[in-house]
Design a protein around this ligand. Structure first.
Ligand SMILES: [Zn+2]
Length: 198
């Protein structure tokens, strides 16, 4: 499966997938998707359908806020949550890649959960199990996303300081000196580091 479009343009990951021990205050320990930042050049940032997909859910949940689940094929679905208001999509209908899902917001039940700034929490489900969406994002199409750096020595110079910091803090624990970090994860960690969120 490949995305024809990114869920947000330009795509910027502000919080990564999975079990996290990165020292990010208040971040959940098992994040089932990625958080994507709004486009600062726009007053309202649209969320975009990555592929031609059928809408299976368009509704409200206390934690997800206004959210949409769209089924790409028999295996893959994508989920968009915290939309500003309910999506105009009709459940059961199929829409082409690039269709606007809604406006990125910060919706959820604010009586139960603390407020947050607007972002898109985005999930990819493979056979209904959330998987890391990062490798599917197309901002790195010129780069070898799946390339794995085995040890700190293999990490390119632009990522070394960030990786050293992560290892030092226990965010990554080398196994016999092997860190086995993918290029896409390295990119994400470096951008978090630059934002002072590592
Ligand atoms: Zn999230």
């Amino acid at each position: 499966m490949k995305f024809n479009r990114n869920p947000v343009e330009p795509v910027r990951v502000t919080s990564t997938f999975g079990k996290r021990n990165t020292g990010i205050k208040g971040a959940s320990t098992n994040h089932k998707g990625v958080d994507l930042g709004v486009n600062r050049a726009l007053a309202k940032t649209p969320a975009i359908l990555t592929n031609k997909a059928k809408i299976v859910t368009n509704g409200w949940n206390a934690y997800r806020g206004w959210y949409v689940v769209a089924q790409i094929d028999n295996i893959y679905s994508v989920l968009y949550q915290h939309l500003e208001r309910q999506s105009p999509f009709v459940k059961g209908q199929t829409y082409p890649a690039g269709t606007q899902v809604g406006i990125i917001g910060a919706s959820r039940d604010k009586t139960k959960i603390p407020t947050m700034s607007a972002h898109l929490h985005f999930e990819v489900w493979k056979n209904k199990v959330p998987i890391n969406p990062a490798p599917y994002l197309n901002n790195l199409e010129e780069e070898e996303m799946e390339k794995t750096y085995k040890t700190l020595d293999d990490v390119p110079s632009w990522g070394k300081a960030t990786m050293s910091k992560l290892i030092e803090r226990g965010g990554i624990t080398p196994d016999k000196d092997e860190i086995n970090i993918t290029h896409s994860m390295l990119r994400i960690y470096v951008s978090l580091d630059k934002m002072g969120k590592l």
